[in-house]
Design a protein around this ligand. Structure first.
Ligand code: 5AD
Ligand code: FES
Length: 349
């Protein structure tokens, strides 16, 4: 009933979303009902993107971080992490090998590392922009001021990933220490939008203290923000954090939410994340079959991959991962979709 209403209208009220998610948790949605949702999500995805799956080359260029988000393995306080920073040359060499492998989007992701000032990042962005005029540059380095975001846009960045983490103030307080607020996070996302970035928001599924009410707020926040990209993945505990004994999010609920988000924002770019592939060996394939249309294999040097451990047991960090692209290409082909070498910008609504 609620699911039908959602499929018809493409949105629900907060209370109704909560109820729908409760129904999912209780197992009271029938197999047929769930199948209708998946079918609708897949149809919408194919209407905007066909059978194409876009790829982003992820370069985790620093694991220094000044913050202490309780869920995150590379938080400042964790003294068991061996910290690293990639030099300009190392970053460029990741881009070079990535370009040869067919990547046309580079995602520079890192902790909130004060070493990468507005000026240092500007230099890196300009250099990549100059060498790869046909590629998209995506940044994912956290909360900065308007002036900094503007300078990086001017230098040639196209997109920015900044998960909102949770749109429920009380829940936000449970995940972050004093000093970090949902208000500021939100302001950053709107700043980025106003500067003309393609913007990515998102959240973890099953993070500690998350309720279906907070997830309902997440969905309505996404509807309001209208981001170009939405990154979601299951929460996975990290052994050095205060959440080490908290249960992980599930692949099932993440996959359900991927379909829901596809229906909510039909043309959105939606990755099947590494975290989803970590909780379920077939997670990324399941994500693609549920409406996701992006994968983000790691381009970081294999030597540093283990150090970028936001959560335990992260896949693609060992020697076998030197060639994630080939691996993913086969995995995606197995789902009936096709991994492509294109910038993969958001489709017009
Ligand atoms: N489990 C799953 N995802 C995590 N992230 C951070 N820590 C974890 C964890 N323990 C996610 C956050 C962040 C993104 C880069 O990774 O949502 O925004
Ligand atoms: Fe990384 Fe398969 S995608 S090893």
């Amino acid at each position: 009933m609620l699911l039908e209403k959602f499929l018809e209208q493409g949105c629900l009220k907060e209370e109704e979303f909560k109820e729908l998610l409760d129904q999912f948790d209780q197992g009271s949605l029938t197999r047929e009902a769930l199948l209708t949702l998946t079918k609708k999500a897949v149809a919408l995805r194919e209407c905007y993107y066909g059978k194409k799956v876009y790829t982003r080359g992820l370069i985790e260029f620093t694991n220094y971080c000044k913050n202490n988000c309780y869920y995150c393995g590379i938080q400042a306080k964790n003294s068991n992490v061996t910290r690293y920073r990639l030099s300009m040359e190392e970053i460029l060499s990741c881009c070079e090998s990535g370009y040869d492998l067919g990547f046309r989007t580079f995602v520079l992701q890192g902790g909130e590392d004060p070493y990468y000032t507005k000026e240092r990042m500007t230099e890196i962005i300009k250099e990549i922009r100059c060498r790869y005029p046909d590629c998209a540059i995506t940044l994912s380095v956290g909360e900065k001021d308007h002036d900094t975001y503007a300078a990086w846009k001017e230098a040639g960045a196209d997109r920015y990933l900044l998960r909102h983490e949770t749109a429920d103030e009380a829940h936000y307080r449970k995940l972050h220490p004093e000093g970090m607020t949902f208000e500021h996070r939100k302001a950053c996302l709107y700043d980025l939008k106003s500067l003309g970035y393609q913007v990515g928001a998102g959240f973890m599924v099953g993070s500690p203290y998350q309720t279906n009410k907070s997830l309902a707020k997440d969905l309505l926040f996404l509807k309001e923000l209208k981001p170009d990209m939405v990154g979601i993945g299951p929460f996975i505990s990290h052994h050095d954090t205060c959440f080490k004994d908290m249960p992980n999010g599930t692949a099932e609920k993440t996959v359900f939410l991927l379909s829901v988000i596809r229906v909510l924002l039909p043309n959105v770019l939606l990755p099947a994340t590494t975290a989803l592939g970590t909780v379920d060996p077939q997670g990324r394939e399941k994500g693609i079959k549920a409406g996701a249309n992006v994968v983000m294999p790691n381009l970081s040097p294999v030597a540093v991959r283990k150090q970028y451990e936001l959560y335990d047991s992260k896949i693609c960090t060992g020697e076998e991962a030197a060639e994630c692209r080939g691996c993913l290409e086969r995995r995606i082909a197995s789902t009936g979709y096709e991994m492509v070498s294109m910038r993969g910008d958001v489709a017009k609504r």
